[in-house]
Design a protein around this ligand. Sequence first.
Ligand code: DLL
Length: 433
Amino acid sequence: MGKMYYQEDMETASRETMIKLQNERLVKNVKHAYDNIAAYREKCKETGVEPGDIKSIDDLHKLPFLSKDDLRDAYPYGYLALPLEDVVRIQSTSGTTGKRVVAFYTQADIDLWDECCARAIVAAGGTNKDVVHVSYGYGLFTGGPGLNGGSHKVGSLTLPMSSGNTERQLQFMIDLEATILCCTPSYAAFLAESLHSAGLRDQIKLKAGIFGAEAWSEEMRRDIEKNLGIKAYDIYGLTETSGPGVSFECEEQTGMHINEDHFIPEIIDPDTGEVLPLGEKGELVFSCISKQAFPLLRYRTRDICVLTRNECSCGRTLIKMSKPMGRSDDMLIIRGVNVFPSQIETVLMKEGYPANYQIILDRVNHTDTFEVQVEMTPEMFSDEVRIVAEKEKELLTALRAMLGISPKVTLMNPRSITRSEGKAVRVIDNRKI
Ligand code: DLL
């Protein structure tokens, strides 16, 4: 059997062809963003750079960086580069209040995003004969819509399951003979466990999984592969650059090929902003050179990665990124949901709690556990269990409304959380990635 690609010309392009394409697209999109986004024009002026200064990808480093804060300051429409009548869709990050980022898409932007996801599905062995079971969340989160669109492009039968309702997930997976599962790695592990405990493991037809949106280890990959009898592929992306499919794994499973005809990657030193040579570890930055509604250039992902350009046995010439090894900001990804400690602090303050709290994370059976411990003030202190339980419930409701996921809330006696002598230790992350 020959090698399978979704867009062979792009996925196996010569370096020369790719650079030529990148040069053309970059020059065009810099001008587009500059002409149509006032905030970006301002930013370029501050940096002293004009579109005319960008003649090829060698000039990329002259452009200013963009960050989540830039998008937040311009919320909601400030970085939209087209009139509303050209735009058909938004997606948004899971963070709430202040941190929420809205990304915009034209129909053509959605098509190219779907094509990126289609490349990932084909790289995982997908064809129009497959049944693709999508258990990423649908809605504002990009996971469901992205893989759904990719699966349609491939021509596979697509099951838009979304997350939750495990019993129904297993029923459809078995009855409709799903062959490719798309969801977060933790949900895959959970589904595997549920299949085993229901005694249904022998009834599934899965052969591959496309898992991403959160960090997962090689050990977790081997466990999922064994428990579901599949090959598990990593997929990466972020809302700001479109969603999943910015990069995807091939059968070699040694990093993710970046769709560099649409996204030019750079690795920078997160402290100085200096561009680092290939092979060095640093913060990943993307320039979106094809997207029209939301053409972010030099967008800082905060993900710490390494880029490599080695020959790949799959035949793809697309550059590879390692799994993200951490973040250069304090964002936590808990059960696939992006959480900033500052959001938790905001809720605690609003509810009248002191700033003595700890966020404790662990991973049990490949599922994140998430606990918020917070001290009661001496005034609210009570030794009546019922009263404390009532307060914990109230706080849980407020935290859930802010974060979109539920922590275990534990109220602590006044002055019982260890005080730190330097910076307060707010997050105890015992998850081994
Ligand atoms: O998580 C998009 C996505 C959906 C990717 C489905 C893959 C599959 P956001 O919610 O905006 O978008 O979160 C983006 O998630 O900056 C990384 O820190 C993290 N992340 C995404 N994919 C991976 C991965 C989606 N494969 C943030 N491994 C990114 C580790 C990942 N971290």
